[in-house]
Design a protein around this ligand. Sequence first.
Ligand code: SF4
Length: 410
Amino acid sequence: MMRNISTMLKVLLRNPRMAFVEPSITKFMCSYMNRFRVRKVGQNLILHSHLPPLNSRAYSKFVEEHLIKRVSGPSHAQIAITNACPQNCEYCYNKDRTGRLMNKETILRVAGELKDMGVVWLGVTGGEPLLNKDIVEIISTISNGCAVKLFTTGCGLTPQLAAALKDAGLFSVSVSLDHWNPEVHNKQRGYKNAFDEAIGAVEMFRNTAGMDVGISAVLTPEMIRSDDTDRLLEFIAALGVHEAWLSELKPTIEPFWNRRIVITEEDRQKLVHLQNRYNSDGKMTVNYLGHFEGRECFGCNAGRKMIYVDAFGDVSPCVFTPMNFGNVREEGIGQIFSEIRSHFQPGSHCFINCNYGLLRKYSEGRKILPKAESIKLMDEVRFGELSVFFQLYYGTNQISRAVNPKKMVA
Ligand code: SF4
């Protein structure tokens, strides 16, 4: 049965340009959206926090630029606004990144350029982004016409700061929490107050009117293969948050370049089913990134519709790909993105889950692959078939211009 019908009619009335979207893409979007329940949080109609609110200017821009005009720029980006963090997560994707920190002016310039390129959803991350003293000003500036989501451990949050972030235009926040057991969470995060600070931050954000509050959890294969993910979701739902944002542990850094930690298709399907079950209950939205980025939906967006700028200005295809294609102090982000885009294709499987083995071959002890080696590595990469969305997005007419057949698996 079609969920959200009356809400979607409101969204359509607000976005009459949706009528100009190719019918096959509209059908795909309706079927995708039907897996979730639209929530009204403050003034925002939210499907889940990986898309802009459906009644926002950012969503109208997504419709116009990405669904109708099909611009080649990214729709999504993440930007780290500091590398400082009191926690020391075993699997932190930023652990090995170094350099000279971007200042506020550079962050704002880059965010502005990303928006000009088509970015409608911007994840603010770190390090711990709350430790950047300019965070309110940064969010206030970049949230104009763009959905801004914060990823935080909660460290350093006060009720006043939570309210200021909301007033600055932040539409959603995810607080990291990987386990219901404080000892397990604290150990994984290498920080004795991690659990308490996360729970405290959830309360402060929840008490901030109109704020979409979620928990982001990184799941190990053991958690996925046991009943632990279910138990974690029950715990998260009891916190009274709007959303659980789930992703699996990724083989981003050297200790995790190991087949044993990479999930299988069966694991992914298990999480998709869990997501669907929770979403049909309707108590809390479960948004599993591996579903959004699965071949049945939008596929891997790395370097095509997603881009990551780390705290030092180095640019990667996504947060989980330790490959540097340039620095925003030396080149425009548009130029760097074009370079990345020329090597990446919209694959149907997670790029890093499939290609971490090549990092070992090319890294030669380097933690983040420099540009020349990243390009060499890409010569060996073969992408799978396009995701369902990208098959429709490019259509048969544009597919030969959008992808290089030599880079596809036969
Ligand atoms: S590489 Fe994996 S984590 Fe990165 S954008 Fe692709 S699917 Fe997402």
